[in-house]
Design a binder for this molecule. Sequence first.
Ligand code: NAD
Ligand code: IPM
Ligand code: MN
Length: 329
Amino acid sequence: MRQMKISVVEGDGVGKEVISAALEVLDALTLDIEKVPVEIGYGKWKRTGRAMTEDDFDIFRSCDCILFGAITTPPDPEYKSVLVRIRKEFDLYANIRPIKGIMNSQDIDFTIVRENTEGMYSGIEEVLPDAVHSTRVITRNGSERIAEYACSLATGKRLTIVHKANILKSCWLFREVCIDVANRNKVRWEEMLVDSAAHRIVLNPERFEVVVMTNLFGDILSDMSAALIGGLGVCASANIGADYALFEPVHGSAPDIAGRGVANPIAAILSLAMMLKWYGMTGESDAVKDAVYEVVSRGITTPDIGGRCSTAEVADAISQVVGIDVPSS
Ligand code: NAD
Ligand code: IPM
Ligand code: MN
């Protein structure tokens, strides 16, 4: 088997803290995997004037995938989000965000499938003196492939298609394509307007299974859904393309808690589990997830989910359980 090689981007703020925790867990698995650190982001931009260079991209291309912490994206028109650029460059069209209760909310278990390359993130913006036009791009191909991905996760489940087709023509295309793809795949589906979906997810989260939506709706509804299962500190994600992927917590660089050693590492560690699954290492992936649930059940948690432990204490405990139960495959 070819040597596995991953790029590791710690990023800014708590990104550094949670990625070092995830790497400790990865090391406990004793896999033969090469890790290539890459510095990109706001910190680098402030220091060098460039947030990411072509050389950084060359390193990414030489690896199988990226394990990513979080990056500060200031609301500064001069600064272009490196994360959005990576998603576009590698055509990581499917952003998969499992919303699974880990503490008191065990009946919640659904997956947000967020289109990840178009919509309001098209990058087509016209800045006029007294107005700014941001263009929302929805294409048939873009909708088709995200709908196919969602259907592949929805076998035997119900697919909820979220849109705003009563108002937006772009959503009208998204809706039509998703319904066609669901019918073609014989997936049971329902549709929901995004405002109503936000309300119903909060009211009855346990009724949802797989939920597909456009880019910005997915960004917003994923943070909202995270709040139902303990917050952003526990929500992982995978950005998947045809032949490349990036794994990252849903949360950002959390400047309000950065540097205090209290960031919850679980979102990053569960993102690592998603990476292992993507590699086909299902046993190792399950071992990491099980270790997270075990440690949480022992009450070894950070303050955001009610505990008193530090990032490092949670990471040590999870690594120890993983080390004991490491699968032999
Ligand atoms: P945020 O996700 O960083 O933080 C939101 C809230 O969640 C904060 O109160 C924070 O303390 C808490 N939180 C986040 N992660 C946590 C963790 N691991 N453990 C405990 N609590 C945690 O969102 P924000 O404050 O709006 O954004 C900060 C910066 O991060 C912005 O510059 C934004 O653009 C950027 N951002 C980056 C990414 C990314 O790189 N993937 C994602 C979202 C936001
Ligand atoms: C996310 C983040 C990103 C997004 C930002 C940092 C570009 O909020 O991954 O959810 O808007 O997609
Ligand atoms: Mn977001």
